[in-house]
Design a protein around this ligand. Structure first.
Ligand code: SAH
Ligand code: F3S
Length: 487
């Protein structure tokens, strides 16, 4: 998700969806690639695949756009605001291009997929448009650019998982890394553009996932986040779409790997690494997954579980596949199977037809669950989605904003209460780097994914440290180190 204004989005977690990430790099006379990523973690992960493909074409990343031969923007379409940011950025790039006419500008990701060649034809903002399933075609597309043509490939795939491409880890901290385990989404929530921009849901061969885990482990990484739009839906039976599983052979069915199975394999492959995953979907999450989290110490006790609305009527219109009661029931099972699990949410305020009562139901669900943190948005109508085609965007903007403000205030209160339970306890923290505020302090997360800040002493990034928590805000614990658990 984009870094947007406070009212549209309150991001209480430093890590999940950050600011645009600009990649630093070394230069030595090769062609230079500058890549900027916006949106979800999957986009950041995809940029690492793109950098790997382009590395083989002789491109090296640079953090300085002005010296780049190729400037790529990996884009997000999830809300209108996200696309506006991209357009502004492209306008900036084009100003620089006036001084550097040989510079090539490309758009990748969801907006490339959604707007397609219009970005080159009508708007003349870019030279290259590449959708999320077409990155392997980049060498050919760049050749077309070299020959003076503009280039576009927005073909979506039913198979592409980039499973044999070893990502170039970009701009990271060398401690936490993402691994994509699946692509696309088949859920068709009526507000969501993702099924259109990222195509059909497909799972990646678990063997190649485990190879990536081993590689990261051997290179000293300490934490892995398994990524997918809907990880609970992961299913590998030798390839093919999930909907065709019934037609698979008995042998394929017997050896199929579910998300719970995959979690177990990853946890056993790297017992000293922390394992996280995102995003879960209430309608697809099974108790097997909860039991896997409970069984393996190194799978973190944290679940990001969007619920969007507390009203069953609105949930039905959103095609979420679950009711309020089913969501609350799932939360109860989480709390029973994984005591003290961190839980976060996504909420949309002001979906078409949302009444004041529906909104109150969202607030009451929040009060009941007591989420640790969350990502909150107001509804943004997206072209071609079911909601755009069949429903009227009838909640006035001021009402959407007021409801969102109330949701954020509720989350601030709940977040504070949840954080306070840690005060006076000892938490094991994986240090990710210096605190934003001071280089005398380190920052990291506990198992539940809550942020902890403490004086650095002799500790450093990558250390697992036992920290005594002395105080907290609604989003951060403040403490002091007790001992090193592992380096
Ligand atoms: N499964 C995905 C969800 C992608 S969208 C994942 O991996 O995170 C992330 C969140 O953006 C959604 O959960 C929803 O809360 C919000 N969102 C999606 N479409 C939206 C829209 N049209 N308007 C406002 N918020 C939206
Ligand atoms: Fe979007 Fe719903 Fe899939 S929010 S990504 S269609 S689970």
């Amino acid at each position: 998700m984009m870094q947007e204004n406070n009212l549209e989005e309150k991001t209480m977690d430093e890590g999940r969806q950050g600011e645009a990430l600009i990649i630093e790099g070394q230069t030595n006379g090769k062609r230079k690639l500058y890549i900027e990523s916006y949106g979800c973690q999957m986009n950041f992960s995809d940029s690492e695949i793109v950098a790997s493909i382009l590395d083989k074409q002789g491109y090296e990343t640079t953090g300085n756009m002005e010296e780049a031969d190729l400037v790529l923007l990996n884009t997000c379409s999830i809300r209108d605001k996200a696309e506006q940011t991209v357009r502004n950025r492209l306008a900036n790039f084009n100003t620089i291009k006036k001084e550097r006419p040989d510079m090539r500008i490309g758009v990748l990701g969801c907006m490339a997929e959604r707007v397609k060649s219009k970005l080159l034809d009508e708007e003349k903002l870019v030279d290259l448009v590449v959708g999320p399933d077409a990155y392997r075609d980049l060498p050919n597309l760049l050749e077309e650019l070299d020959e003076g043509r503009k280039a576009v490939n927005v073909i979506l795939s039913k198979e592409e998982t980039y499973d044999n491409i070893e990502p170039v880890r970009l701009g990271g901290n060398g401690i936490t890394a993402f691994i994509s385990i699946m692509r696309g989404c088949d859920n068709m929530c009526t507000f969501c553009v993702v099924p259109f921009t990222r195509g059909r849901e497909r799972s990646r061969d678990p063997q190649t996932i485990l190879e990536e885990v081993i590689d990261l482990r051997d290179r000293g990484y300490k934490e892995i986040t398994l990524l997918g739009q809907n990880v609970d839906s992961y299913l590998w039976y030798g390839g093919g779409l999930k909907k065709d599983f019934d037609k698979a052979s008995d042998m394929a069915k017997a050896t199929a790997v579910s998300f719970a199975d995959l979690l177990g394999k990853v946890a056993e492959t790297a017992p000293e690494m922390r394992i996280r995953f995102s995003t879960s979907n209430p309608q697809d999450m099974t108790d097997d997954v909860l039991h896997a989290i409970a069984k393996y110490d190194n799978i973190c006790n944290y679940i990001h579980l969007p619920f969007q609305s507390g009203s069953s009527r609105v949930l039905e219109l959103m095609n979420r596949g679950h009711t309020r009661e089913q969501y609350l029931d799932l939360i109860r099972r989480v709390r029973t199977i994984i005591p003290d699990c961190g839980i976060s949410h996504d909420i949309i305020a002001g979906f078409p037809t949302e009444t004041e009562e529906d909104h109150q139901e969202t607030l009451s669900l929040m009060k009941e669950v007591q989420f640790d943190f969350g990502y909150m948005f107001f509804y943004s109508e997206r072209p071609n989605t079911y909601a755009e085609r069949k429903m009227e965007d009838d909640v006035p903007l001021e009402v959407k904003k007021r409801r969102l403000r109330e949701i954020i205030e509720q989350q601030n209160r709940d977040g504070q209460a949840r954080m306070e339970r840690f005060v006076g306890t000892e938490q094991v923290v994986l240090v990710e780097g210096f605190s934003k505020k001071s280089d005398q302090d380190l920052f990291g997360r506990n198992d539940q994914n809550s942020v902890v800040v403490f004086p650095k002493e002799d500790y450093r990034a990558g250390d697992l440290v036992r920290v005594k928590v002395n105080s907290c805000t609604s989003a951060t614990m403040i403490g002091e180190a007790i001992e090193l658990v592992r380096r």
